[in-house]
Design a protein around this ligand. Structure first.
Ligand code: NAD
Length: 247
C-alpha cells in the first residue's frame, strides 16, 4: 500500500529491535536499505539473516558521532544506490540511573548517541537530500519525550531534544523539500522488554488502553507511512505509537 520502490533508506540502529523491523518493512515495500550498527560483527550477522534481500541491502558501521565517518558512509550509500531519500535516526540508548548516582560520562553517553548522532546524521543526509531535490528524515523519539520518567533523566531529556530537533529542522528544511518527523513509541517488545518477568509485562500491558505492549512492527508501520508519498504533506510531527498509553 505504501510503496517505497526506487527509494533508498539509511537506518541507524538497524541490527535488532525496532530498527531491524524498520529495515525489513522498508525492504518488503521495495526500498533499498543501508543498515547501520555499532559493530561490524553485529551488522554482518544481521545481514546474513536477511540474505533474501542481498541485492538491495548493505551494512555499515560508522561512528555516528563522527561527522567525517558519517559523511563518508552516507556518500557510499548514495554511490551504491543513486540517492539517499530516507534517513531513520533510530539508534538509541536508555537509562534508569538515579540522579544521585549519575556520572557525567553516563549522562553524556546517552546524549551523545540519542541527540548528537541525530544531529550529525541529519546534517549529512540533508546535504545529500538538498542536492537531489528532497527527502525525509524520521527519528525514533519516545513516550518519555512527553511525560519524562522517574529515573534515568538523560533518556527523557534526550528524547525532548530529539523532538526539538524535529520541530526546528522541519521548519528549516521544508524549503529544500525535506520533511522531518518522529515516531514516539510506547513500551515496545524488544530485547529490553523480553528480559522482564512475564508478570511485569502483564502489569504494564493492563495499563495500556489497547491492552498490549507494542511490537516493533507497530513502530515500523508508522515509519513506513511517514516515509511514503502518502505523508507528503506531513512534517514537524511527533507521531505517538503507544496503544493509547498515558502515564
Ligand atoms: P535496542 O537496544 O534493541 O536497539 C538499539 C539499537 O541501537 C541497536 O541496533 C544498536 O546496535 C544501536 N546502537 C546502540 N549503541 C550504539 C552506538 N553507540 N552506535 C551506533 N548504534 C548503536 O533498542 P530498541 O528498543 O529497538 O530501540 C530503538 C529506538 O527506539 C531507540 O531510539 C529507543 O530509544 C527507542 N524506543 C524504544 C522503546 C522500547 O520500549 N523498546 C520505547 C520508546 C523508544
Amino acid at each position: 500500500m505504501f510503496v517505497l520502490k526506487g527509494k533508498t533508506a539509511i537506518v541507524t540502529g538497524g541490527t535488532r529491535g525496532i530498527g531491524l523491523s524498520i529495515v525489513k518493512t522498508f525492504l518488503d515495500n521495495g526500498a533499498n536499505v543501508a543498515l547501520l550498527g555499532s559493530r561490524q560483527n553485529s551488522v554482518e550477522s544481521t545481514l546474513s539473516k536477511i540474505s533474501q534481500y542481498k541485492d538491495r541491502v548493505i551494512g555499515l558501521w560508522p561512528d555516528l558521532m563522527n561527522p567525517e565517518e558519517v559523511k563518508r558512509d552516507f556518500e557510499k550509500v548514495k554511490n551504491r544506490f543513486g540517492s539517499v531519500d530516507i534517513l531513520a535516526n533510530n539508534a538509541g540508548l536508555s537509562s534508569r540511573t538515579s540522579l544521585y548516582d549519575y556520572t557525567l560520562e553516563e549522562f553524556q553517553k546517552v546524549m551523545d548517541l540519542n541527540v548528537t548522532a541525530v544531529f550529525v546524521c541529519s546534517q549529512a543526509a540533508a546535504r545529500i537530500m538538498k542536492e537531489q531535490g528532497g527527502g525525509c528524515i524520521i527519528c525514533t523519539s519516545s513516550m518519555v519525550g512527553e511525560y519524562g520518567q522517574p529515573s534515568g533523566c538523560s533518556y527523557p531529556a534526550s528524547k525532548f531534544a530529539v523532538n526539538g530537533l524535529v520541530k526546528s529542522l522541519s521548519r528549516e528544511l521544508a524549503k529544500d523539500h525535506i520533511r522531518v518527523n518522529a515516531v514516539a513509541p510506547g513500551v515496545t517488545r524488544t530485547d529490553m522488554l523480553s528480559a522482564l518477568p512475564k508478570e511485569m509485562v502483564d502489569r504494564i500491558s493492563a495499563d495500556i488502553p489497547l491492552g498490549r505492549v507494542g511490537e516493533p512492527e507497530d513502530i515500523a508501520n508508522a515509519y513506513l507511512f511517514l516515509a511514503s508519498d502518502a505523508a507528503s504533506y506531513i512534517t514537524g510531527q511527533v507521531v505517538k505509537v503507544d496503544g493509547g498509553a498515558r502515564v
